[in-house]
Each structure stands twice: as structure tokens, then as C-alpha cells.
Design a protein around this ligand. Sequence first.
Ligand SMILES: Nc1ncnc2c1ncn2[C@@H]1O[C@H](COP(=O)(O)OP(=O)(O)OP(=O)(O)O)[C@@H](O)[C@H]1O
Length: 224
Amino acid sequence: MIEFQHVFKSYGRGRNILADINFRIEPGEFVFVSGPSGAGKSTLLKLIGGLEPSSRGAVHVNGHRLDKMSARARPYLRRAVGIILQDTHLLYDRSAMNNVLLPLTVAGQERRQAQTRARAAMEKVGLSGKEDLNPIEMSGGEQQRLAIARAIVNRPAILVVDEPTANLDQDSARRIMEVFRDFNRVGVTTLIASHDRALMASYATRTLRIDHQGRFFDTPGVQL
Ligand SMILES: Nc1ncnc2c1ncn2[C@@H]1O[C@H](COP(=O)(O)OP(=O)(O)OP(=O)(O)O)[C@@H](O)[C@H]1O
């Protein structure tokens, strides 16, 4: 469950990017986050992933109120929410495989089991055979898929994704969306910010939209 109650967000002394946002997302929903460039979509996702604090209001994720969360509970949030941002934050000092292994190593998983899971995650995003490459040797689209593998390897309850198909051709975009749909089918709550409404229309059942004036709309379906 994700719930926003009267959430405001500004950066420093700047204007409110988000103002009085209220919504609740139930487990297993597939939600499209839409709006023009600069409207605040990434900001909304970062609040859910605990990467940015709200300026005011309460953000609840899986029963935890993020601003009241103890430092000890934070690793739990990191495992519960798989977050994939536009800037993939891959590590270029190690192989693709070791990037995907990292969340499992941090979680203390046994090496051989971790490797099996990391390989399966890479296969799921179509990167089998590229395990030993350094991410720097991969295309933009492949790096994005690697970031997806790293986010899903921990089997999070919630996936939060920013523009997953921006660098991809249509076929690869569909394939990536199918990966998210497979996860959603087994109960993973999925939020995806995208400019591609036509693509999202095949997947999402609800839209959170921020318009160019910062107004917020919560509607069923995906309007084209
Ligand atoms: N760390 C930051 N510090 C200051 N301002 C920021 C920061 N991050 C985002 N902003 C500002 O907040 C606004 C919303 O940005 P955000 O990235 O959330 O928009 P977006 O809807 O995701 O845009 P896009 O579709 O281009 O990715 C923008 O005006 C941006 O300049």
C-alpha cells in the first residue's frame, strides 16, 4: 500500500513542485504517472522510494510512514521498493553481473544462490551473455535494462520506474513492459512515469497526472 496525505514538496526555497497531493494505491495496482516535462513525476517517485523527503504531509509505504521511519527500518524500505530512475546509477568499476549482485550481497544472501538469481534477472531483461561486460561497454538501452535487472533481483513488493522506455526502440520497449507486467501479475505494485501514453494504455489501469500548472488528477484507465 502507498498513501500520500496532504503531501507538499519543494526543493530548498523553491516553488512547490507537489502541492497537497492525496492518493492511495492498493497492493497489485499498475499505475501510470503522467504529465509534461518538469511537472514533478520523478519527484513523486523519489518520495515513494524514500530518496527525497516530503516538505510537508505524510507518505506511507507498506505500513511505514517514511518521515517517521527509524534508520534501522530503512534497509527494509530499500528491499520493499525497487526503484529505477532515468539516471541508472550503475557502477562502472565492476561487471554487469556484479551490479545486479550488489543488492543481494548487501542483503546478505549466500553467494551461489545470489548468482543464480542475478543470472535469472539478467535473462528476464534479455541480457544473457552480457554478464561479464562492464556497463560502460553497453548501449544506453542495455544499461537501462541492467538497472531494471538490479531493481527486480530482490523481488520487491513495489516497483517504481521513471521513463523505462525512453532509450528503447518499440520492440525492446514492449519487451520491457512485458517484464513489468509479469511482475505485476504476481502481485507487485507497479508505478511507471512515462511520456508514452499509447504504450502505457496496454498495461496501466489508473493514471496519476500532474499538469503544467502543478494540478493533480487521479483517474481510472489511461486516457489517450
Ligand atoms: N534536486 C533538485 N533540486 C532542485 N530542483 C529540482 C530537483 N529535482 C527536480 N527539481 C525541479 O523540480 C521540477 C520537477 O522535476 P521532476 O524531475 O520531478 O519532473 P518530471 O515531471 O519528472 O520531468 P521529466 O518528464 O522531464 O523527467 C523541475 O522544475 C526540476 O527542475
